[in-house]
Design a protein around this ligand. Sequence first.
Ligand SMILES: C[S@@+](CC[C@H](N)C(=O)[O-])C[C@H]1O[C@@H](n2cnc3c(N)ncnc32)[C@H](O)[C@@H]1O
Length: 398
Amino acid sequence: MQLRIEKIDYEGNGVCHNNGKVLFVKGSLKDELVEAHLVKEGKRFSIYETDQVLKKSPLRKEATCPFFKSCGGCVFDIVSYSDSLALKKEMVEDLFRQQGIGNFDLEILSSPKHYGYRNKISLKVQNGQFGYFEEETHQFVPIKNCLLAKEAIQNFLQDFSLLNFYEGSIMIRVNENDELLLAIETQDLPKIHEKILLNHKIAGILLNGKCVYNAPFFIERMDHLLYKVHAESFFQVNFDIAEKIALDIEKVFTKEDVLYDLYCGVGYFSLKLARIVKQVVGIELNQKAIFNAIYNASLNNISNVSFHVGKVEDLLEKIPLKANKVVVDPPRSGLHKNVRKVLKEKKFEKIVYISCNPKTLVRDLQDLLEVYEIESIKLYDMFPFTKHVEVLAVLKLK
Ligand SMILES: C[S@@+](CC[C@H](N)C(=O)[O-])C[C@H]1O[C@@H](n2cnc3c(N)ncnc32)[C@H](O)[C@@H]1O
């Protein structure tokens, strides 16, 4: 079917209309004429995939990744890096305007590394091949490499067959010292081949949640701070950008402040900000991450922090120590409605909202802006060439 693309949506797909229905067209750009096939039929919208570009956008270039078409993870690999930044900026600005948050001319900070920036990837394994699941169809897409992963991970993938496992999944993480942490889930019996240990710096291997080689964690160093990170704890995936975000957040705080760091993980922001403010209280659901955070405070000789394990929506109201400012860095689902309610009731001086999903950020802002107003919003290209973008919104009490 031939389709003329009207615009790009905030998922990075081309958009057009046909018989009153919205069509999202993967692999297409604004103003292009494409030949595309149906991937998923819905009542109000359908998803198509581009087979051939009949009239090209001036922005279009050849994809750098050989798996671009089948994998689909890097929607912007068909434009230059600077054009991908402009498209992401436009996507978020459109979303904010359409959802009534306001008209913004947003700054977007580029990533120093365009490829080789990710310190963690999670792969599916089928028939001894590794790959990703396609987002819409959940079909397995085998790959031989992922250009987004840091070099040590890409090198490890060359030796993947030595693991001798055929069905399941593997998460591979790397720290600044190129040490790898592997977490394998499978019913097979993978082998820890000596060659893997000799060719790569392996900090630890977990098999179905149990540590089977060395340790279930590694130590990461960022900006003179050390962080113990368990294989199952969240940690920032693009360090260069995470450091830039932390630097911008630091400007919001003074030594008088008491701060809640909600969704604190292993204490990345808590420990950085503890050097500036009077006291930090962190809340996090994952017990392994909280144990890491407590250890990380002592590892770095930081004593003005405390951490609580549990859901933010359950604990926020119960913290005895009163804070005047809050950092929230929730998962893609954004803030639970009870969290938004308490944030509005408590009337904090400032809320620093770090979001990896502009859609849920907008939903949360629509609620929080009853009590707060936007002081600043900035975008960070944490995930180059993918549709994802990190947003930092600083809110102040009206
Ligand atoms: C985007 S990460 C941010 C982590 C941390 N701020 C950092 O920079 O490393 C979100 C974190 O929220 C945690 N989380 C998810 N749902 C939660 C909830 N309902 N309450 C508390 N923590 C939650 C996850 O375990 C994860 O560590």
